[in-house]
Design a protein. Structure first.
Length: 452
């Protein structure tokens, strides 16, 4: 299998070195700059980290020892990498962090070597990854299309083989949508399962989670195992129970992929039933996420003394919404999060996971989510239509895992497994059953540095 686990095994087995792997990643980045996946690369950091990895004693080597790694330009803090959330105003103010946040400490302890930042949409406000003043991130399967967002730069980098695994964040689908667009595996962890300290810069009242994008379920499971905060785990019955939920606004090929995945799970011994799609809960969660994002953005700009004329028009309009919102409305949203989280548990009455399409249709062209527009209603409606009910897992604190199943018109198709809180590893187990029965994707590029 071409993945980060295989690359780490090659390094551990002496078939390659961390330095050789890093040099291959840097060469792949140079060769594929037109993808716009990476917005900052520190070559000195890259080579120094690889050299240190090769010199590390065997008893200080984690599961991904020596594997090159990229951080998203939004989220947890990585030492020496000045994140700016895809925004020109923040880029002008960004300073190099002197230390890692808790998550990147654990990434490094697992053996990953961060050396750059990946593209994201300004302030993470779109399901595309088109940073201000920098090249737009493009989909390696078809450069005319978006790789998704807001973790699309990470997805493009992994699908293009620049790295085998990359950091990603998800406040309303931003891990799962790029995974779906690029044929990758991405888990949005349960609320509280992944550390966010000491700064909690991406906390967003509990709707945001962080982890990775990768080409395999085992990579995602190993990354989660390396960084997670222990939670109450869920035991699977001998015959796992999965509910298939199909929103009627999904295109036929997305429905076909979800039904084929259900058949694969049945073949693996699962009991599959069909339920109505949770569209009402999804719409409520989408509205909650918008409320939180608008207030967060208003506070963010105020804290950094960034004026509305320094940000894209859509961001300015959303920040204005946040500033105008009374505290009572925000408090009501916090209460609504708690109530929705409780109501969402009813989805798992008698089942262990819910299976659904990740997207409603194929990735749209680059530029489809235009932050020069000024109407947040239209923008958020378009995002919800593209990723139906994506915010439900965020608002309810549920783990949700996207993974590929087949292709249509030269592009990967994707499905999503959603579980109750704490079922992160359960979803990885079910996803591994699917992965073993799914068609192999012919990625457009091999992973840089992976021994053949």
């Amino acid at each position: 299998m071409q993945d980060a686990t295989a690359l780490a095994a090659g390094i551990a087995g002496g078939r390659t070195t961390a330095c050789a792997a890093m040099e291959a990643s840097l060469a792949a980045l140079d060769a594929q700059r037109d993808l716009g996946a990476v917005v900052l690369c520190d070559r000195d950091m890259a080579l120094a980290g690889a050299k240190a990895a090769d010199a590390a004693p065997p008893d200080r080597r984690g599961p991904f020892h020596g594997v090159p790694f990229l951080a998203k330009d939004l989220g947890a803090v990585a030492k020496g990498l000045p994140a700016s959330a895809g925004a020109a105003a923040l880029r002008a103010r960004a300073a190099r962090p002197e230390g890692d946040g808790h998550l990147f400490r654990r990434f490094r302890a697992a053996g990953l070597i961060p050396f750059g930042l990946t593209a994201t949409s300004p302030f993470g406000l779109a399901l595309s990854s088109e940073p201000e003043g920098l090249p737009l991130a493009r989909n390696p399967w078809n450069p005319d299309l978006t790789p998704g967002g807001s973790s699309g730069g990470s997805a493009a980098a992994v699908a293009a083989g620049i790295v085998a695994i990359a950091h990603a964040t998800d406040a309303a689908g931003s891990i799962r949508v790029p995974a779906a667009c690029c044929g990758l595996v991405g888990l949005k962890p349960s609320r509280g399962a992944v550390p966010g300290g000491p700064d909690y810069a991406n906390h967003l009242m509990g709707i945001a989670s962080e982890l990775v994008l990768a080409r395999s379920v085992r990579d995602v499971q190993a990354a989660f195992g390396a960084v997670h905060v222990p939670l109450l785990a869920m035991d699977l019955p001998e015959r796992p129970r999965v509910a298939l939920a199909l929103p009627n606004r999904c295109a036929p090929d997305q429905i076909v992929a979800a039904r084929a995945t259900a058949d694969a799970l049945s073949e693996a011994g699962c009991v599959v039933t069909e339920i109505a799609a949770p569209d009402r809960l999804g719409a409520e969660a989408h509205a909650i996420a918008r409320t939180i994002l608008s207030v967060s953005l208003a506070e963010w700009l105020a804290a950094l003394k960034v004026t509305d004329d320094e940000v894209p028009p859509l961001a300015a309009a959303l920040a204005a919404e946040g500033r105008a919102m009374p505290a009572t409305e925000l408090f009501a949203a916090a209460r609504q999060v708690a109530r929705l989280s409780n109501r969402a548990l009813a989805l798992f009455a008698g089942v262990d996971a819910v299976l659904c399409p990740t997207l409603s249709a194929a990735p749209p062209p680059v530029g489809a989510f235009d932050l020069t527009a000024t109407d947040p209603d239209t923008h958020f409606a378009a995002m919800e239509a593209f990723a139906p009910n994506a915010a439900l897992a965020n608002a309810a604190g549920l783990p949700a895992l996207a993974l590929p199943f087949g292709m249509a018109q030269g592009l990967p198709l994707s499905v999503q497994l959603i579980g109750p809180p704490g079922a992160d590893l359960t979803l990885c187990h079910l996803a591994a059953l699917v992965e073993a029965r799914a068609p192999t994707l012919p990625f457009p590029h091999p992973i840089a540095g992976l021994p053949q």
